[in-house]
Structures are given as structure tokens and as C-alpha cells.
Write a protein that binds this ligand. Structure first.
Ligand code: AMP
Length: 280
């Protein structure tokens, strides 16, 4: 695997690959890699001749200093995982490389970044859009891969790619889960012992809500049931559960109001914040 920390050597390496007729797939990550990231990597490897994985913990998307500080950093084991998965290129820049000077550019995605994660994490999606735009311009991929697990992020990046005419194909990859249903997440590494067991309340909440909504239970009652499920432990807390149209993130009241409704959930196990979602 070729490892680049700087932009120019990576660009000239990829330019050469492109001239030789290779297609380039990009998998942006913040590291602490797990099987969910590797599923993105496998999709990219199937569809491209060169796969670039980026690992960069982007400070501008953290609205909470302690979350940034405690974000797991496991570069050595990430490199081994990527090598075992036959990743072609790793781009792991430092802060100076990605932000030579303090950034003043801000993104506003209208309704898309005001709801759900946007309302609890002000500025988060602007930071995400900024860093992925930089990565898109550096790598110039033919395809880029993001997880369905962060559906609101995917929706916003889809809008970014469309409006700014980046001109490559974007792919959403199905969420990888543990055998008990917990969605894989780098933040799971912060869950200890009993906390890990209790983290499945969010998946349980989604499964229950899906069944109740399909049975035409009123949304308000479904939300109350999910709150009871999630908050059955003193350590677990529900931040939101929303039923939305997956295409525009507008809230809906029943499953017939959208072609592809999605349930999105967020909450805490002690101080660790987790999100998940499920299509209906
Ligand atoms: P992160 O490193 O958490 O920023 O995630 C990098 C990419 O991996 C994002 O596109 C995520 O949506 C995706 N991802 C994270 N967790 C999962 C998962 N459990 N299954 C599939 N993709 C995931």
C-alpha cells in the first residue's frame, strides 16, 4: 500500500494512474477502522482499479471539544487492516496539510442540515462538506463511497456533489452490524463492558418502531415506546427518533407518506453519542 501524507505527491501518483486508464475509488474515513469501513473499501475495490482510503480526523466537524479529544486514534492497526484488505493508497494528512490557515468557508444546506444531527451538532455538516470537498478535489475520484449509517451525511454530500458538479458517482453502502444488531462505529471502541451490552437499545428501538409503524401505530406513541426502550437503563438516553422521507429528510407521520421512509435515531450511552437508522 502506498501511504501519502502530503497532497502533491498523492496528486501526481493518481494523475499517472489515471493516464494509464485506471479508475479511482475514494473511501473517506476518520480512522479507528472496523468492518463497516472495510465494506466501503470492498465496494470500491469491486468497482475501481485503484482504491484510496483517507484517514483524517477533521476538527471542523466536531462541535464538542471532548468528543474530538477522545476520538479513537489507531493509525498503526488501521494501516495493517488496510494492507490486509489490499487497499491501494492511504492518504493520512495532518491538520496543517488540510487547513493551511483557519478556514472561513461555511456551507449551508438549508433544511437538510437543520434537522436531526444538524440541530444537535451545529456546524457539523459544514465541516463535513468542507473536508470532503477538499478530498474530492485532491483525489478527483470516479466513485466515492459513504455509509448508509450516516444517512443524513450521505444526503448532504449527495446535494454537495450535485450542486457543485463534482461529476463522479456517489455510493451509499449498507450498514454493517454486530451479531446483536449494534451498528459498527469507531465510537463503539469507547464503550466498556456493560456499556457495550446496553448500546443495543438503539437498534432495539429501531426494530420495534419499524414494526409498530408498519402496524399503523400513531407516530407519537411509537416515539414514546422507543424512549421507554432506550431509557430502560440509567446509562442510556434518547436524543431523538425521527421518521423522515429518506430523499429530502422531511418529517412524515406514517410510512405511506414517502416512497422510502427512514427512521433515524441518536442518543447516548453515558457520554458516548451513537446514531443509527433503518429504512422501512
Ligand atoms: P467515519 O470514520 O465514522 O467518519 O466513517 C467513515 C465512513 O464509514 C462514513 O461514510 C460512514 O458512514 C461509514 N461507516 C461508518 N460506520 C459504518 C457501518 N457500520 N457500516 C457501513 N459504513 C459505515
Amino acid at each position: 500500500m502506498h501511504i501519502f501524507k502530503d497532497v502533491e505527491p498523492l496528486k501526481s501518483f493518481l494523475k499517472d494512474k489515471r493516464l494509464k486508464g485506471n479508475t479511482i475509488g475514494l473511501v473517506p474515513t476518520m480512522g479507528a477502522l472496523h468492518d463497516g469501513h472495510l465494506a466501503l473499501l470492498r465496494s470500491s475495490k469491486q468497482q475501481n482499479s485503484v482504491t484510496v482510503c483517507s484517514i483524517y480526523i477533521n476538527p471542523t466537524q466536531f462541535n464538542n471539544a471532548s468528543d474530538l479529544e477522545k476520538y479513537p486514534r489507531t493509525l498503526d492497526s488501521d494501516i495493517s487492516l488496510l494492507e490486509n484488505a489490499s487497499c491501494d493508497v492511504l492518504f493520512c494528512p495532518d491538520n496543517h496539510t488540510m487547513y493551511e490557515e483557519k478556514s472561513i468557508v461555511q456551507f449551508d444546506f438549508g433544511y437538510l442540515d437543520k434537522v436531526m444531527e444538524g440541530s444537535f451538532r451545529p456546524g457539523h455538516f459544514s465541516g463535513v462538506a468542507l473536508v470532503v470537498s477538499k478530498l474530492f478535489n485532491i483525489v478527483l475520484p470516479d466513485n466515492a463511497y459513504f455509509g448508509q449509517k450516516d444517512w443524513q451525511q450521505y444526503t448532504i454530500i449527495r446535494q454537495l456533489v450535485k450542486e457543485l458538479k463534482f461529476g463522479f458517482n456517489l455510493h451509499a453502502v449498507t450498514t454493517t452490524r454486530e451479531s446483536d444488531g449494534l451498528a459498527l462505529s469507531s465510537r463503539n471502541k469507547r464503550l466498556e463492558g456493560a456499556q457495550r451490552q446496553k448500546a443495543i437499545v438503539f437498534y432495539e428501538g429501531l426494530i420495534t418502531a419499524k414494526a409498530l409503524l408498519i402496524d399503523r401505530e400513531p407516530l407519537s406513541e411509537v416515539k414514546a415506546t422507543v424512549k421507554r426502550i432506550v431509557e430502560k437503563h440509567p446509562e442510556t438516553r434518547l436524543e431523538y427518533i425521527e421518521l423522515v422521507d429518506s430523499q429530502n429528510l422531511k418529517g412524515i407521520y406514517n410510512v405511506d407518506e414517502a416512497d422510502q421512509p427512514i427512521l433515524c435515531i441518536a442518543g447516548y450511552v453515558d457520554e458516548v453519542r451513537l446514531i443509527d437508522n433503518m429504512f422501512l
